[in-house]
Design a protein around this ligand. Sequence first.
Ligand SMILES: C[S@@+](CC[C@H](N)C(=O)[O-])C[C@H]1O[C@@H](n2cnc3c(N)ncnc32)[C@H](O)[C@@H]1O
Length: 366
Amino acid sequence: MLLDASIISLLPKHLNPPPPGPATPAFIIADAGSKGAGLFALRDIPAGALILVDQPILVVPAIAPTGAYDVLLPRLPKTSRDALFALTNAKSASECGIFEGVVWTNASQIDLPASTGDSNVSEYGAVFPVLSRANHSCSLSTTLKWDPGSFSAALYAQRTLRAGEEIHHPYIDVLAPRAVRRVQLADRYNFHCACPHCDVPDATAAASDAARAELHTWLSRPSFQLPCYWSHWDLRRADDADAANLRALALAGQEGLDALRVMLTEEIALGCALLGDEARFCVWAAQVAELCEGYDPVRATEFRAWEASPQTTFRLWGWRAKQRLRRFRVEAYGPWAKRASYYFTHFATKCSVRLSARSVDSVFTS
Ligand SMILES: C[S@@+](CC[C@H](N)C(=O)[O-])C[C@H]1O[C@@H](n2cnc3c(N)ncnc32)[C@H](O)[C@@H]1O
């Protein structure tokens, strides 16, 4: 692995060994027809399971100084050079040299801490010997997890991948409309995307674009991981927020965006927790734990603990319901109470205490 001098300073002092790959090989590199080589599942790979672990041949800053590639190439050991030049170059001679072309056809973005000194970039491209063989599809059937501690990346399945099926990894933002995706893929990778989400009649593509745009809007909302947002500024009724989350989950399934399922399921579970709805919370929390068991075991354990005893372990259990009740009292009754008779104040306070959290929610936001 050869690293640019500015990158060496970003490495941890002690590199952990990369995590072991799956016990039995999960994939092979084989011919993918007009796409060149590709990765294919050797056996059924369950959702959440590890497919492969890979370490980069080369890491470069996303924006490299002019001439950097000419300096870098002669410094590469022969093995790295051979591994690099075995990969595809989608760039034309008029765009850049072969070495730079190979790098930017195959690099995956990784994050490193921003360096001090000349460079303060934190975005880098890493070229991997095996991972770089994965072809693109406008679905999210896999997730790449970069581990700076071991300087390795792990690829996980986000749905069950069947034996013989091609394993894809997206190169671009797949929530963009088909026309935008096609332009980006043609410009950067020199191919016309004919994946099952693109190779459809225009009317189907328009419906898919609308679904993806809706998911994009959904993802730009602050998460329930910021519980105060929902209580103070987001005036959606609990039922509406829940319905929007369930709809987003269905759209993600319909569009093959399986990697979004964990986040969406988590939002539904967190919403239930903030409302103190124990029965529904347990159902959704169990699903979150199952979905992230493989690639985020810490999160899975956290959700399992909450599921076992939500009222005592979830710190903000029922928080929204309590906040809404408090705010309802202050805003709805406070100003009136100053002017109203003692009798009315007394009556209102009694009523507000009787209102359940859910009915307060609907009164306040309707
Ligand atoms: C990172 S490489 C992927 C591995 C490559 N197929 C190989 O043989 O090494 C990216 C290149 O693979 C091809 N490719 C990837 N996904 C494709 C797709 N969905 N359809 C057609 N070609 C694709 C394009 O030539 C693209 O520039």
